[in-house]
Write a protein that binds this ligand. Structure first.
Ligand SMILES: Cc1ncc(C[n+]2csc(CCOP(=O)(O)OP(=O)(O)O)c2C)c(N)n1
Ligand SMILES: [Mg+2]
Length: 891
C-alpha cells in the first residue's frame, strides 16, 4: 500500500481534526457543555483502557475561569461602591502614614490592603454575612490588610477618629487599634488571629469542618454560612497554608472559600519571579479536588480576548513569568506595547486602537468589581467542594511612585506630600492641597449617599463584620458527683494518670447536661492513650457515616464511624487537631454553642511543634483542655530523644492565659478539670488548660482532707513527716510521675538516714510563679501597704529543714519559685536530650530517682552543717550512684 506523502499526511490530520471538532461543536450546540464534558470523560477512559498515555495537566489556560459571556451584571451602584472603596483606601493609607510621621515610626502596611481593597469591598457590600440574623460568615482577614478593615469600620461609624489616630497605639487613653487581627486585644471586633502566616487558612479549613460537625450532631441548625479565608500568595509558601487542603475537598466542604490575593509579590520580591504562582496554585488546588476560579483579567481585556480567535493572546498571557508581569505593572504603556504585545505583529494589531496610557491602565481581575463579584457569586453557589479564588492584583495598587508594584512596596509606610496628592487625586478624595500635609481622615456626613449605602448593605447582610460576640449562655454548675470516685483512691490497684483522665472523660461524655458538648480530639493516638472504648461509645465523626464493614466489626470496641460521631479523629496532624481545638474552643462565641474540647496528644508534639497555633488559641480566647499524653522525659520509656518531653511545662509558662498542671494523682486531675469547667464555662473566663498525663502506673491514694485549694493554687502538703521532732528536717517537692519517687525518698530518708521530711505535691510551678509575681508586683507599687505574701511563702515559711524539688521537667520549673522560699532550693530535673531506655535507667541517667533525691537532701543538710560531708559520700556509695557519670544536661 502506498504511504501518504508527508504533505498529504498533514492535510489528512487537519481534516481529521476538523471532523472531530465539528462533531464536538454539534454536541455542544445540541446537548450543551455538560454533555461535552461527559463525552470527553468517556473518551479519555476509553483511550486509557486501550493503552493511550494522556499527558497530565492540572492547569487551565491563563485566563479568567468565568468568561465575559457567563458573567452577570452586578447589583447595586458600582459608582457609589467605587467612591466608598476610594475613601476606605484613603483612610487606610492615612492611618499608616500618620502612625509613621513621628521619629519613631511604629509600622503598619499600606500595600497589602491597596492590592486587596476590591476583594474586600465586594465582600462587604454583597457577600459577607453578619451574625445578627443568626449564623454569619466567619472571615479570616489577611493580617496585613487590617488597616483597610479598620478604615471601613470607621466609615460604618463603628470606630472613630481617635481609634484611627491610635492605630498601633493600643495603650493610649480611649484605646487604640491592634496592629493585626487579635481577638485578645479587640474582643468585640476580631474573631480570629491570622497574621502569623499560614495559620489563618489552616484554621479556616477546620472551622468549616467544625461547622459541619455541629450541624451533623444536631448542636446547631444547618445554615448557608460560609467560612472565608483571605491569604497572600506569598503566604502559600507556609506549609500550614496548603498542608491540609485535601481535607475540605474530601469532606466536600462547600461552605469554605479561600481568596488568594495574587499580587505576585511577597515581602522581599516576587513570589515566583521565574514561574507563575497562580498556575502553581491552580494545579495544587485542582489536584486536591477544589473548585478553582481564576479572576486574572479586568473587563478591558474582554473585547481583546473575544477577538483572539486563534488563541495568540491566551498563549502570550500564559508564557509570561511573574517577574516580568511585575515589570509590566511598573512600566509605562509603551514598554508594555513593545514587550508584551510586540511579540507578534498580530498581537500588536489587536491593540493598535489603544493609547499607551490605555494599555497601562488595563485592570487586573482582582481590581475589577465585576470580576470579583462573579467569582464570589460562583463560589457561594458552588456545591460539593470548597472553592479557591485566585485573584490577580498589583501590590501597592494606586500608590503610584510611592510603591505600586515595586519590590520595596511591602515595607512602604511613608508617603510624601506629592505622593499623597497624587493618591488623593487618583481616587478623588475631597481633601484640599492645604490640608493634605496633615493627612486627615475623611468620613462623609452621616446622611451622605455613601454612608447610607454602606450601612444599608450591611443591614441587609446581617450586620457589621468583623464582629465578635459571645452568643452562648454560661453553663450551669456541674454536679460534683461526676468527680467523686476519683477522690477515693484505687485501693492499691495501679493506674496511670492517662487512664484516669480517659475515665473522667468518658464519665463527662455520659453526663446528661454537658456530655454532648464534649469534643474529644485525637491525632491518631487514641489507642496510645487507651481511648479505643470511646470509638464504640460515642463514635468517630464522619459526615458520610461508615461506608464499609469495619474489619473489627465483631469486636466490642470496633472502629465506628458515624455522621453523628463525637470524636474528631484527625489523623496524624497536631496542627489540624489544634485548629479543631480552636474552632471547638471558640464556638461559645462564633456559634453560640459551649463545646468543650479535650485534645489529647503526645506531649512532645504540642507546644514544641505547634506552639504558634496554641498561641493563636490563647489570642482567640479559646477554652478547653489540652492533655499532653505520654509526658515526662523519664516516664515515657523507650521512645527516645524526639518523643520524651521535659519541656512542655516550661513552654506553657509563657502562654499568659494557659493554666498548666503536672498532676500526679487521680483526685488532682478531677479537682483541676472540675475547676476548669467551672472557670471556663460557668464563670466564662477566657483561659484554657494544659495537663500533662503519664503512662506509668501506680496506686492512686485517697484524697487527703482540705487539699483542693492547694491543688489548684499549685502545691499542697501531701504527707507530713511522721516524726516531725527529728533534728534533721527536709521539705521535698515532687510533681507528676516523679512524686512517687519523692515519696519513696521520704521513706528511706526517715528509716535509713533519720531525716524527717514532708512531701509536697507541686501541681503547677506556673501557677505558683504567676501568683508570686502578682504579689511582688503589688508590693512594688504599694510600698506603704501591708505586703502581700506569695502562696509559696505562706506554705513554707514555717516549714523546717532543707528544700529539695524533683520533677520530670527542666530544672527551670522549680527554679521559677525559689525566690519566695525561706531557704535555697536544690532542684533536680531533666535538662538534656532524652534516650531510649527503661524508666529506672532513665531516672538514673537524668538523676531524678529517689536515690538522687536522698543525696540532694543529705547534701543540703551537710551544707547547712547539720551532718558531715562524709555521710553524703557514703550515701552516694551505698545507693550505687556513679559520681563520675556524664552530665545528662550536656550529653
Ligand atoms: C509566619 C510568618 N512569617 C513571616 C511573617 C512576616 N511577613 C509579613 S507579611 C510578609 C509577606 C507577605 O506576602 P504575601 O503573603 O504575598 O501577602 P501580600 O502582602 O503580598 O498580600 C511576611 C514575610 C509573618 N507575618 N508570619
Ligand atoms: Mg503577595
Amino acid at each position: 500500500m502506498r504511504q501518504p506523502a508527508p504533505k498529504d499526511a498533514k492535510e489528512l490530520e487537519a481534516v481529521e481534526t476538523r471532523e472531530w471538532l465539528e462533531s464536538l461543536d454539534y454536541v455542544l450546540q445540541s446537548g450543551g457543555p455538560s454533555k461535552v464534558a461527559r463525552l470527553l470523560r468517556d473518551l479519555t477512559l476509553h483511550a486509557t483502557e486501550n493503552g493511550v498515555k494522556l499527558p497530565f495537566t492540572a492547569n487551565t489556560p491563563y485566563i479568567n475561569t468565568i468568561s465575559a459571556d457567563e458573567q452577570v451584571l452586578m447589583p447595586g451602584s458600582p459608582d457609589i461602591e467605587r467612591r466608598i472603596k476610594s475613601l476606605v483606601r484613603w483612610n487606610a493609607a492615612a492611618m499608616v502614614v500618620r502612625a509613621n510621621k513621628a521619629e519613631e515610626g511604629i509600622g503598619g502596611h499600606i500595600s497589602t490592603f491597596a492590592s486587596a481593597a476590591t476583594l474586600y469591598e465586594v465582600g462587604f457590600n454583597h457577600f459577607f454575612r453578619g451574625h445578627d440574623g443568626g449564623d454569619g460568615d466567619v472571615i479570616f482577614f489577611q493580617g496585613h490588610a487590617a488597616p483597610g478593615v479598620y478604615a471601613r469600620a470607621y466609615l460604618e461609624g463603628r470606630l472613630d477618629e481617635t481609634h484611627l489616630a491610635n492605630f498601633r497605639r493600643e495603650l493610649q487613653p480611649g484605646g487604640g487599634l491592634s496592629s493585626y487581627p487579635h481577638p485578645w486585644l479587640m474582643p468585640d471586633f476580631w474573631e480570629y488571629p491570622t497574621v502569623s502566616m499560614g495559620i489563618g487558612p489552616l484554621m479556616a479549613i477546620y472551622q468549616a469542618r467544625f461547622t459541619r460537625y455541629l450541624e451533623d450532631r444536631g448542636l446547631k441548625p444547618k445554615s448557608n454560612a460560609k467560612v472565608w479565608a483571605f491569604l497572600g500568595d506569598g503566604e502559600t509558601d507556609e506549609p500550614e497554608s496548603l498542608g491540609a487542603i485535601t481535607l475540605p475537598a474530601r469532606e466536600k466542604l462547600d461552605n469554605l472559600i479561600f481568596v488568594v490575593n495574587c499580587n505576585l509579590q511577597r515581602l522581599d520580591g516576587p513570589v515566583r519571579g521565574n514561574g507563575q504562582i497562580i498556575q502553581e496554585l491552580e494545579a495544587a488546588f485542582r489536584g486536591a479536588g477544589w473548585n478553582v476560579i481564576k479572576a486574572l483579567w479586568g473587563r478591558e481585556w474582554d473585547p481583546l480576548l473575544a477577538k483572539d480567535r486563534d488563541g495568540l493572546l491566551v498563549k502570550r498571557m500564559g508564557e509570561i513569568v511573574d517577574g516580568q508581569y511585575q515589570k509590566y505593572a511598573v512600566e509605562p504603556g509603551a514598554y508594555v506595547r513593545e514587550h508584551f504585545w510586540g511579540a507578534d505583529p498580530r498581537l500588536l494589531d489587536m491593540v493598535k486602537h489603544l493609547s499607551d496610557d490605555q494599555l497601562h491602565k488595563m485592570t487586573l481581575g482582582g481590581h475589577d468589581p465585576i470580576k470579583v463579584y462573579n467569582a464570589y457569586k460562583a463560589a457561594v453557589e458552588h456545591k460539593g467542594s470548597p472553592t479557591v479564588i485566585l485573584a490577580r492584583t498589583i501590590k501597592g495598587y494606586g500608590l503610584g511612585e510611592a510603591g505600586e508594584g515595586k519590590n520595596i512596596t511591602h515595607q512602604q509606610k511613608k508617603m510624601n506630600e506629592e505622593e499623597l496628592r497624587a493618591f488623593r487625586t487618583r481616587f478623588g478624595i475631597p481633601v484640599s492641597d492645604s490640608e493634605i500635609g496633615k493627612t486627615p481622615f475623611y468620613r462623609p456626613k452621616e446622611d451622605s449617599v455613601e454612608v447610607r449605602y454602606l450601612k444599608e448593605r450591611r443591614a441587609a447582610l446581617g450586620g457589621f463584620v468583623p464582629s465578635r460576640k459571645i452568643r452562648s449562655a454560661p453553663l450551669k454548675a456541674l454536679s460534683p458527683e461526676v468527680f467523686d470516685e476519683f477522690s477515693k483512691g484505687t485501693d492499691g490497684r495501679k493506674a496511670s494518670t492517662t487512664m484516669v483522665a480517659v475515665r473522667l472523660l468518658s464519665k463527662l461524655l455520659r453526663d446528661k447536661d454537658i456530655g454532648k458538648l464534649i469534643v474529644p480530639i485525637v491525632p491518631d493516638e487514641a489507642r496510645t492513650f487507651g481511648m479505643e472504648a470511646l470509638f464504640r461509645q460515642i463514635g468517630i465523626y464522619s459526615h458520610v457515616g461508615q461506608l464499609y464493614d469495619p474489619v473489627d466489626m465483631d469486636t466490642l470496641l470496633y472502629y465506628k464511624e458515624a455522621s453523628d460521631g463525637q470524636i474528631l479523629e484527625e489523623g496524624i496532624t497536631e496542627a489540624g487537631s489544634m485548629s479543631s481545638f480552636i474552632a471547638a474552643g471558640t464556638a461559645y462565641a462564633t456559634h453560640g454553642v459551649n463545646t468543650i474540647p479535650f485534645f489529647i496528644y503526645y506531649s512532645m508534639f504540642g507546644f514544641q511543634r505547634i506552639g504558634d497555633l496554641i498561641w493563636a488559641a490563647g489570642d482567640s480566647r479559646a477554652r478547653g483542655f489540652l492533655l499532653g499524653g505520654t509526658a515526662g522525659r523519664t516516664t515515657l520509656a523507650g521512645e527516645g530523644l524526639q518523643h520524651q518531653d521535659g519541656n512542655s511545662q516550661l513552654f506553657a509558662l509563657a502562654y499568659p492565659n494557659c493554666v498548666a498542671y503536672d498532676p500526679a494523682f487521680a483526685y488532682e486531675i478531677a479537682v483541676i478539670i472540675a475547676d476548669g469547667i467551672r472557670r471556663m464555662y460557668v464563670e466564662q473566663e477566657s483561659i484554657f488548660y494544659y495537663l500533662t498525663v503519664m503512662n506509668e502506673q501506680y496506686a492512686m491514694p485517697v484524697m487527703p482532707e482540705g487539699v483542693a485549694d492547694g491543688i489548684l493554687k499549685g502545691m499542697y502538703r501531701f504527707r507530713a513527716a511522721s516524726k516531725p521532732d527529728t533534728p534533721l528536717r527536709a521539705q521535698l517537692f515532687g510533681s507528676g510521675a516523679i512524686l512517687p519517687e519523692v515519696i519513696k525518698a521520704q521513706e528511706i530518708l526517715e528509716s535509713t538516714y533519720h531525716v524527717a521530711a514532708d512531701v509536697w505535691s507541686v501541681t503547677s510551678y506556673t501557677e505558683l510563679y504567676r501568683e508570686g509575681h502578682r504579689c511582688e508586683r503589688w508590693n512594688m507599687l504599694h510600698p506603704g501597704d501591708v505586703p502581700r505574701e506569695p502562696y509559696v511563702s505562706q506554705c513554707l515559711k514555717n516549714a523546717p529543714g532543707v528544700l529539695v524539688a524533683a520533677s520530670d521537667y527542666v530544672k527551670a520549673m522549680p527554679g521559677a519559685i525559689d525566690r519566695w522560699l525561706p531557704r535555697p532550693l536544690t532542684t533536680l530535673g531533666t535538662d538534656g536530650f532524652g534516650r531510649s531506655e527503661t524508666r529506672a535507667v532513665l531516672r538514673d541517667f537524668f538523676e531524678v530517682d529517689h536515690r538522687y533525691i536522698i543525696v540532694a537532701t543529705l547534701g543540703a543538710l551537710a551544707r547547712d552543717g547539720k551532718i558531715e560531708m562524709s555521710a553524703v559520700q557514703e550515701a552516694i556509695k551505698a545507693l550505687g550512684i556513679n559520681a563520675e557519670k556524664s552530665n545528662p544536661a550536656a550529653s
